[in-house]
Design a protein around this ligand. Structure first.
Ligand code: PLP
Length: 399
């Protein structure tokens, strides 16, 4: 089949819920993708921050293949070794105490919200169910996670959503206080806002929110589905802020391509929230997915991946800063580590499309005007140079 036939066939049977780019990817090697005509693309999107180790990594593939040959699924009614190993490692690298594995980021948020509600119910009785979320945030597309997502046009067609959600302005502590009530059970935010436009939390803001949560026995939920797993230069971004959340959510790069997420809690939360019967999942944390998680953490060690991210970040930032200097329509760079955005005054969707189709450079957008870059963590200086050359060609067309 040629590309046109593939796309026609796809649109015949797939629910049209995405406006997909007209590209049919076939396989990947390292930080490069290949389409059905064997044409090469440079990937600075990682399948939305998932493929941290790139494509075709042998350590990863071998771990998955050997797990497939043993067992891929058991349900959560029984124990199995991969889940135990993965939970142990997630606790070790996050500093959290207890883990629940999910199939996605949105489900991790669902679990986090239920945990916070149950904690308040246990400690204060019924009624303390209010959640303060942030404007401009993104937490997922399920009803619960959509309820705390701060983009009105995502939520509006699906009202009524979860009751008791109030939106504060990100990085504005006064706005959090203004939304506080006796019934607040949780404050949820991304440590670095991703979809909303690459906004890191201010250290002072996060510290004050943490103190407020301690004073009022409110749970702080940090959503690191996108910014976690080494992307910002520490395993989790909060580890650069000298605070600890009560509940952490993680997904995207956690399994490097298999569908897996998790929410993790401190001992204090575990002791006064969910008990057997409160929550569950058929697939969540199955042997295949948790074997991947376990291998991903081992690969962080084996390849010294956190050190690598910190080494390559300045080079990437300098490269991006040169775009700000060179092009009038690039007004700023924002982000942390290998989670970066360029703020544009030209239509970002057009830039993303031209980059993909004309220069074979895979990039993302965020918010209304940000070109979002989430390259695989394994990128080299040469890859950054290749990226620069391609993006310059794209931008030159707008000059
Ligand atoms: C992607 C994302 C989610 C949702 O994850 P899914 O796996 O798509 O359900 C939640 N929170 C953040 C911060 C995300 O970036």
């Amino acid at each position: 089949m040629n590309k046109k036939q593939y796309i026609e066939e796809a649109e015949e049977s797939l629910f049209h819920v995405y406006n997909r780019f007209p590209v049919v990817f076939d396989y990947g090697r390292g930080v490069r993708l290949y389409d059905n005509d064997d044409e090469e693309y440079l990937d600075f999107a990682s399948g939305i921050g998932v493929m941290a180790f790139g494509y075709g990594n042998e350590d990863y593939e071998e771990a998955l293949i050997s797990q497939i040959k043993r067992i891929t699924h058991t349900s959560n009614l029984y124990y199995h070794q991969p889940m135990i190993e993965a939970a142990k490692k997630l606790c070790k690298y996050s500093g959290m105490d207890k883990v629940f594995f999910t199939n996605s980021g949105a489900e991790a948020i669902e679990g986090a919200l239920k945990t916070a509600k149950k904690y308040a119910y246990t400690k204060r009785g019924a009624g303390s169910y209010e959640v303060i979320a942030m404007e401009n945030s993104f937490h997922g597309r399920t009803v619960g996670s959509l309820s705390v997502t701060g983009t009105e046009h995502y939520r509006e067609p699906f009202y009524p959503l979860m009751d008791g959600v109030k939106f504060a302005t990100f990085n504005d502590f006064g706005s959090v206080l203004a939304n506080l009530s006796d019934n607040t059970c949780a404050i949820i935010m991304e440590t670095v806002q991703g979809e909303g436009g690459l906004y890191p939390a201010d250290a002072e803001f996060l510290k004050k929110v943490r103190e407020l949560c301690d004073e009022e026995d409110i749970l702080l939920i940090l959503d690191e589905v996108q910014c976690g797993m080494g992307r910002t230069g520490s395993m989790y971004a909060f580890q650069q802020y000298d605070i600890v959340p009560d509940i952490l959510t993680t997904a995207k790069a956690l399994g490097n391509g298999v569908p897996v997420g998790a929410f993790a809690v401190t001992q204090k939360v575990a002791e006064a929230s969910l008990v057997p019967g409160d929550h569950g999942t058929t697939y969540g944390g199955n042997p295949l997915c948790t074997a991947a998680v376990s291998q991903v953490f081992d690969m962080f060690e084996k390849y010294h991946m956190i050190e690598h991210v910190n080494e390559i970040t300045p080079y990437f930032e300098q490269t991006l800063d040169r775009f700000v200097e060179k092009y009038d329509f690039v007004t700023a760079r924002r982000g942390m580590g290998l989670m970066q955005g360029l703020v544009l005054t030209i239509p970002v969707k057009e830039v993303v499309t031209k980059a993909l189709l004309e220069e074979h450079l895979v990039v993302l957008s965020a918010g209304a005007d940000v070109l979002r870059l989430l390259p695989p963590l394994v990128i080299t200086e040469q890859d950054v140079d290749d990226f620069k050359e391609k993006l310059e060609k794209v931008f030159d067309k707008f000059n």
